[in-house]
Design a protein around this ligand. Structure first.
Ligand code: NAD
Ligand code: UDP
Length: 310
């Protein structure tokens, strides 16, 4: 049995990861400051003897004894990471320094939840890990994108300089139950709007694309990456190559919910990437991983979840 630290464990992905790690017979120490996460996401684990909750901000150092670290703490949706952009950069950069320092002292493996946002508004399509990205360093998304890019730099420098065992995962848009209904991401927004019969808020003309991965596939990839062969550091893309325009996404949500909602068109936010699709050859080869859940099936499960909480 391992004792595993999950930072951001009260969030959407973190709470599913806590479930998986406990199912696999580990002890979990969940660290969160509940900026965007919620106690509700981990409520079912609070009485589990293998689960412990620590309310703590990753920008401050931590002294705990663990065998592995998954570093997920960071707001992920644009409205939340733009709410206090300085804190967002601090969370990525100071959080990485603190967690890497802990991993160095304890001589343990550490996984970083990085993001497809390191590619910015990509000039090549689809995006392989070798693509170095096109990020506007002074734009309103930079606190997140550049924070995550700097965190990757720190991971690779701790690896080269201090021999810390690292695993870096570049996550593409992921959706599923326990997404925060108010966090402004497209899947949660469209579903909540469709279920409530409100207007569907389409930013821009809706021709921009994203590739959506269901949460179970993401967590499967994350677990496989942490347990991949020694010396494999990544970065590795984890996402679903199925690419859809926002118009297509809205159409599917409207169909499945049988909603009468109409689309309204609003301005496209600054620096909003026009397209995004992962190349997942590396994950297939190194992790024997590929996503299994189709958008249609994942949306049905996510809609059922939102229906139960709204
Ligand atoms: P989320 O907002 O639901 O979860 C993030 C968690 O981190 C929350 O529980 C939040 O309270 C916590 N947190 C934020 N700042 C903190 C701090 N300073 N100290 C301690 N805890 C803090 O988001 P998510 O979708 O679960 O994302 C988890 C991770 O995966 C993030 O690092 C995100 O950047 C990354 N990621 C997610 C996606 C996606 O589509 N969901 C895509 C790319 C990358
Ligand atoms: N989007 C939209 N309506 C919404 C929320 C988002 O049209 O109510 C668009 C947004 O402009 C972007 C895409 O959906 O082009 C994905 O947005 P999200 O915030 O989910 O993720 P990210 O931009 O970080 O990939």
């Amino acid at each position: 049995m391992k004792r595993i630290l999950v930072t951001g464990g009260g969030g959407f992905l973190g709470s599913h990861l806590c479930d998986k790690l406990i199912e696999e017979g580990n002890e979990v120490l969940c660290m969160d400051n509940f900026f965007t996460g919620s106690r509700k996401n981990i409520h079912h684990l609070l009485d589990n003897k293998n689960f412990e909750l620590l309310r703590h901000d990753v920008t401050h150092p931590t002294f705990v004894e663990v065998d592995e670290i998954y570093n997920l703490a960071c707001p992920a949706s644009p409205i939340h990471y733009q709410f206090d952009p300085v804190q967002t950069t601090k969370t990525s950069v100071l959080g990485a320094i603190n967690m890497l320092g802990l991993a160095k002292r304890l001589k343990i493996k550490i996984l970083q939840a990085s993001t497809s946002e390191v590619y910015g508004d990509p000039e090549i399509h689809p995006q392989p890990e070798s693509y170095k990205g096109s990020v506007n360093p002074i734009g309103i998304r930079a606190c997140y994108d550049e924070g995550k890019r700097c965190a990757e730099t720190l991971f690779f420098d701790y690896h080269r300089q201090h021999k810390v065992k690292i695993k870096v995962m570049r996550i593409f848009n992921t959706y599923g139950p326990r997404m925060n209904p108010n966090d402004g991401r497209v899947v949660s927004n469209f579903i909540v709007q469709a279920l409530k019969g409100q207007d569907i808020t389409m930013y821009g003309d809706g021709t921009q694309t994203r590739s959506f991965c269901y949460v179970d596939d993401n967590i499967d990839g994350m677990y496989k990456l942490m347990n991949s062969r020694d010396g494999f550091t990544g970065p590795v893309n984890i996402g679903n190559p199925g690419e859809f325009t926002m118009l297509e996404l809205a159409q599917r949500v409207i169909e499945i919910t049988n909603s009468k909602s109409k689309m309204i068109f609003l301005p496209l936010p600054q620096d909003d990437p026009m397209q995004r699709q992962p190349v997942i050859d590396l994950a297939k080869k190194e992790l024997d991983w590929e996503p299994k859940v189709k958008l249609e099936d994942g949306l049905k499960k996510t809609i059922a979840y939102f229906d139960s909480i709204l």
